[in-house]
Design a protein around this ligand. Structure first.
Ligand code: PHE
Ligand code: ZN
Length: 856
């Protein structure tokens, strides 16, 4: 245990660094266990600074020598850095340190992955490479020399032999270095203003034929950023490297993006449609950071959403343009609700811009990323596309080369739109998901619609001010015609009363019945409570012009049916009638030939077990994970039976054939076909799944069939898959995951335990670790086994992983964030697991902070 409790860093304490840097020169002499790093840095006193102390961060470094202006100096070295007496004038700092990349299992700083050297510096990893002011507001041009026998040596910027020069000033977190035996998949791109850029995707020999899709996504991203945001690339080369050992998805290092190999490598046989979609989105995301993150960066880590929320919003726009915008929107909202709403409702709730942290790595969260993106989306909704673009333009022009704050960003929009965004800014400083309630009443030809809002208390924030909530709404008449098209309402106070003249809207006659379609396109990240009857929702499912709300209507009908059954009301005549009604609404919906198969697949996909758990909690009841899983399976089978004809027809008609292409249309057909497969199959009837598994020529279809078979306890299929794919790491990650996630609840824990002893369970590899542990967590009925064995299994592995890789352990620990939802026995068992982690010897700052926040 740490002797001294780690101290929080606070936004309010920000002060600028005492020096500025004119240039950085680094020389790496690579060696697996004894790499030497020489640095030569030109410092100059910062006129804006108040404290003249010369402090450089440094962790786990062996300082060999240090010089100032050529004279040896002896700095005072501590665990976190060094302090040295320096002149009150420009000076040159030189240092040499030794580090051990091979021993670096935390995968932060310089480390090795399969014999290849690579770096990960965000957020605070550069201090593990050399002594430096490792903070994002210190920006400098870098020159890097790499001395190694390895054939490929890369760093940021443009190359001249083994020397790399990056002319664009950048913070240390964007530094990168790679060296290894790599091969490139290469291409070129010509920017809008005619500059040629060499593009390379570097992979291990043998993987070069799996890069075409990532390369295509990169070129489309580069073009899209030019047309949609007016942003061009700014170096003569852009490199991407795929590594197998990586803590996150990918990293936007200037000119040298480093990717988790799962978000680069794809072939039809080994990657699913979902993988392809992720590759496209993440390649775009990292590329877009070149402007939103790199050219303009963050002043401090509290401003993380400045680059991440904005860049997620940009990659979501891109995917929406490349694919079906409504389908992408629904997918994003599903993710937001599954991860961010869950986070916001529990002990880890925090602001989009946090105000204090112990370990910044713990704040790369769904709230900063996904809610951060929603905030940008709302800004755009309020301002409209043109003013949004003008505000971005001003931001790029005004702040290029700077390290900025949310205030800088918002000021650009206040200026172009001549508006005051101070209330809007509460989205950055109030945690918790606002709840919007809607009710309405008819008074002759007038409709009175009342909206109200409430922001729930969250840890450290008992009271909230009203948020500024954009509510896009429309009105439908009882025959399904739209009498009011999408209209933006501004819910900026606790209550908003709206009045509609129905006679006017109905073109002279007021319709008998009116149904509001609220929060179209999910116009704000809120929980909507609207008193819509089941009939009204069926009407929206059938007729709404807003695809998001059609899907939302189906989802809430299904959820309601499931929750009634879970809570033991399933057999009442009223509920039986409700189920029939929902089934026939789905039936009618499915027969509309004009619909996009991907959209139908989403409508037919059941709410997840986790979603249903929250719904039960919201109904004021205590969830039983086993019952939730059983009811969900049973109802899926019943819907499969009820829709058998149409599902069978989809299954037969939608086969896109053996020539796999990853485009959204083909992927949508496979998605609907595999949704049909899932609904039509039961453990008693696996024939269709067996045939598909045997005949599949692409991973999407093979994995979908395998999931159904594992659920049906077909161990032979799992073994056959293992035998076929043993040599492919990324496919085996899927196998580890699905073997546990899809296993019947009564078996899953045993499967997880067995797999943790499998020869291929390389637990130090984050992807493999996340597959196995994530598989169990994704099977709530097993993870929440009443014995507590699921909690104990996860806790044991988190403690073990924490000793090697604290970041990955800490991220996985959120499995416990929902402990308050459960019954007293489960709560006690979950808290016991958390306490055991909290008292583990040598607990990291990362995991320590997470556990203490969850404990509350
Ligand atoms: N900045 C990366 C991204 O969002 C994520 C990341 C954070 C990667 C920290 C590694 C470490 O694109
Ligand atoms: Zn990012």
């Amino acid at each position: 245990m740490n002797a001294v409790a780690p101290q929080p860093t606070r936004l309010a304490d920000y002060t600028p660094f005492s020096f500025e840097i004119d240039s950085v020169e680094l020389t790496f002499t690579l060696h697996p266990t004894a790499t030497r790093v020489r640095s030569k840095i030109a410092f100059r006193p910062n006129p804006a600074a108040t404290d003249p102390t010369f402090f450089l961060h440094g962790e786990g470094l062996n300082l060999i020598s240090a010089h100032i202006d050529g004279t040896p100096v002896t700095p005072r070295v501590t665990d976190t850095g060094l302090i040295c007496a320096v002149p009150d004038a420009p000076f040159t700092w030189e240092a040499e340190v030794q580090i051990n990349p091979q021993a670096n299992t935390a995968l932060e700083g310089l480390y090795m992955s399969n014999g290849m050297y690579c770096t990960q510096c965000e957020a605070e990893g550069f201090r593990k490479i050399t002594y430096y002011p490792d903070r994002p507001d210190v920006m400098a041009p870098f020159t890097v020399h790499i001395d190694s026998d390895l054939p490929v040596k890369l760093s940021n910027g443009n190359a001249d032999g083994d020397t790399w020069h990056d002319p664009w000033p950048k913070p240390a977190y964007l530094f990168a270095l790679v060296a290894g035996d790599l091969v490139a998949h290469s291409d070129t791109f010509t920017t809008a203003s005619g500059a040629d850029v060499a593009l390379n995707i570097w992979v291990r020999p043998g993987d070069e034929d799996k890069c075409a899709y990532a390369m295509d996504a990169l070129k489309r991203s580069m073009r899209w950023d030019e047309t949609e945001y007016g942003r061009e690339y700014d170096l003569s080369v852009f490199n991407i490297v795929a590594v197998d050992d990586f803590n996150m998805g990918a990293m936007e290092n200037k000119g040298l993006n480093i990717f988790n190999s799962k978000y680069v490598l794809a072939s039809p046989e080994t990657a699913t449609d979902r993988d392809y979609a992720f590759i496209e989105a993440i390649v775009a995301h990292e590329y877009f950071h070149n402007w939103t993150g790199n050219r303009i960066t963050c002043r401090d880590w509290f401003q993380l959403c400045l680059k991440e929320g904005l860049t997620v919003f940009r990659d979501q726009q891109f995917s929406g343009d490349m694919r079906s915008a409504p389908v992408e929107r629904i997918g994003n909202v599903l993710q937001l609700r599954a991860r961010q709403f869950r986070e916001d409702a529990g002990p880890l709730a925090h602001n989009v811009r946090p105000e204090s942290y112990i370990e910044i790595n713990n704040f790369y969260t769904a709230t900063v990323y996904e809610k951060g993106a929603e905030v940008i989306g709302m800004l755009r909704t309020y301002l409209g596309a043109d003013l949004y673009r003008a505000g971005c333009e001003l931001y790029f022009n005004r702040h290029d080369g700077q390290a900025c704050t949310i205030e800088d960003w918002l000021a650009c929009f206040e200026e172009v739109a001549a508006t005051d965004l101070s209330q809007f800014k509460r989205w950055y400083s109030q945690a918790g998901t606002p709840k919007v309630s809607a009710s309405w009443r008819r008074d002759g030809d007038t409709l009175h619609l009342s909206l109200s809002q409430e922001v729930p208390p969250t840890p450290g924030q008992p009271m909230k001010e009203p948020a500024k909530i954009p509510v896009v709404l429309g009105l439908l008449a009882g025959d399904g015609t739209e009498i009011l098209p999408s209209t933006l309402m501004d819910l900026d106070s606790p209550n908003l009363d709206l009045v509609f003249d129905l006679k006017d809207l109905g073109g002279g006659t007021a319709p008998d019945h009116v149904v509001p379609s609220l929060l179209r396109g999910f116009s704000a990240p809120v929980v909507l409570d609207a008193a819509l009857s089941a009939q009204d929702r069926a009407l929206l499912l059938a007729h709404d012009t807003d695809p998001f709300n059609r899907w939302e209507a189906a989802r809430s009908l299904l959820r309601e049916v499931l929750v009634a059954e879970i809570t033991g009301q399933g057999t009442s005549p009223e509920q039986v009638a409700r189920r029939d009604m929902v089934l026939s609404a789905l039936q009618d919906f499915c027969t509309d030939e004009s619909l996009d198969p991907a959209f139908i697949a989403l409508v037919l996909t059941f709410p997840s077990e986790d979603d249903l758990t929250q719904a039960v909690v919201d109904a004021g009841l205590v969830p039983d994970p086993l019952i939730i899983a059983q009811v969900r399976d049973g109802r899926m089978a019943a819907v499969g039976d009820g829709l058998k004809d149409i599902l069978t027809r989809y299954y037969l008609d939608l086969d896109p054939g053996p020539d796999y292409t990853p485009d959204a249309d083909s992927a949508g057909k496979r998605a609907l076909r595999n949704t049909a497969l899932m609904l039509l199959s039961t453990p008693q009837d696996l024939a269709l799944a067996r045939a598909q598994f045997a005949d599949a020529t692409n991973m999407t279809d093979q994995l979908a069939a395998l999931s159904v078979l594992i659920k049906g306890d077909d161990r032979e299929a799992a073994q056959a898959f293992e035998a076929q794919w043993r040599e492919d790491r990324l496919v085996m990650d899927k196998w580890f995951m699905i073997s546990v996630a899809s296993a019947p609840a009564s078996e899953a824990l045993q499967v997880a335990q067995d797999l943790s002893r499998h020869t291929l369970f390389d637990w130090k590899n984050p992807n493999r670790f996340r597959s196995l542990l994530g598989g169990l967590i994704a099977n709530p009925a097993a993870f929440h086994d009443p014995s507590g064995a699921g909690y104990a299994f996860v806790a044991d592995w988190l403690i073990k992983m924490d000793g090697a890789n604290p970041q990955t352990a800490a991220r996985m620990s959120t499995a416990f964030e929902t402990w308050r939802r459960y019954d007293a026995d489960r709560q006690a068992l979950m808290l016991e697991a958390l306490d055991r982690i909290a008292t583990a010897p040598g607990l990291s700052r990362d995991l320590g902070e997470m556990v203490s926040r969850m404990r509350g």
